[in-house]
Design a protein around this ligand. Structure first.
Ligand SMILES: [Zn+2]
Length: 252
């Protein structure tokens, strides 16, 4: 069985040419889970896979991570075979924000008769969630107000931080074994994102060797990060992952 993390976009919010940061967890070359859904993500998804994703995980509700959900609503609502069948996993604390920012527009359909969430199968979670017999851990990150951003981990395989400042306390728990760590990182940090100086201060060399940096400001910034000895993800890159061990329960 082969596993990979396929980056659809690797840019910061302003770096439109790099694509909104989003990735697909692939198992045996098939898409299992789309992580985040920015304004361009569905186009990038469709360029590789047929149709729309079966399952999504949302890290947080900044628009470069959720703006594609309105389009996905329309696609699903008018497809009776898919309506209500695409799962959206998200931390329960994100639900009020996602409701306000995406789902609450008056009249999901102009002609009426549609509730936004009926197009999806919404699965709020706290510690994590099951998908296809696999347990995915969900953990809080440091991005704007506490409780508004959550990373994802498939134990022993990968961690995807989402937008965040450094989170050594979370990676100590979730980035175990051979897990690769897709980490927010630009050339210069700021109050909501990690910079390369933060990476070098907060993480030891063993962990830094497992990092794959994304969410940077430009192609030149990506090259600058690479020249410092780091693995840098680019749109369309596939990162090979270790096969996750099967014996997991939601108790840890
Ligand atoms: Zn953000």
């Amino acid at each position: 069985m082969s596993w990979a993390l396929h980056f659809l976009g690797t840019g910061a919010a302003h770096a439109v040419e790099l694509g909104s940061s989003a990735a697909v967890v692939e198992r045996d070359g098939e898409p299992l889970l789309l992580i985040d859904c920015g304004p361009d993500t569905l186009d990038r998804y469709a360029a590789t896979y047929a149709g729309v994703p079966n399952a999504l995980y949302i890290t947080h509700t900044h628009m470069d991570h959720v703006a594609g959900l309105e389009r996905l609503f329309f696609k699903l609502w008018f497809d009776p075979a898919r309506r209500g069948r695409v799962r959206i996993f998200l931390h329960a604390e994100l639900l009020p924000w996602l409701q306000m920012r995406v789902a609450d527009y008056p009249g999901a359909l102009a002609e009426g008769g549609a509730n936004f969430w009926e197009a999806f199968q919404l699965v709020p979670c706290t510690r994590g969630f099951w998908l296809d017999g696999l347990w995915f851990d969900v953990f809080g990150t440091r991005h704007h107000r506490p409780g508004t951003s959550f990373g994802l981990a498939l134990r022993g395989s990968f961690v995807y931080t989402g937008d965040t400042r450094p989170i050594p306390e979370m990676l100590a728990v979730h980035a175990v074994g051979d897990a690769r760590v897709a980490h927010d990182c630009g050339l210069v940090g700021n109050p909501s994102h990690t910079g390369i100086d933060d990476i070098e201060r907060e993480y030891d060399s063993a962990l830094r060797a497992r990092l794959v940096l994304y969410h940077y400001g430009s192609a030149a910034d990506g090259e600058a990060l690479e020249s410092r000895g780091y693995t840098v993800a680019r749109a369309s890159d596939r990162l090979a992952l270790a096969t996750p061990p099967v014996a997991r329960t939601d108790a840890g």
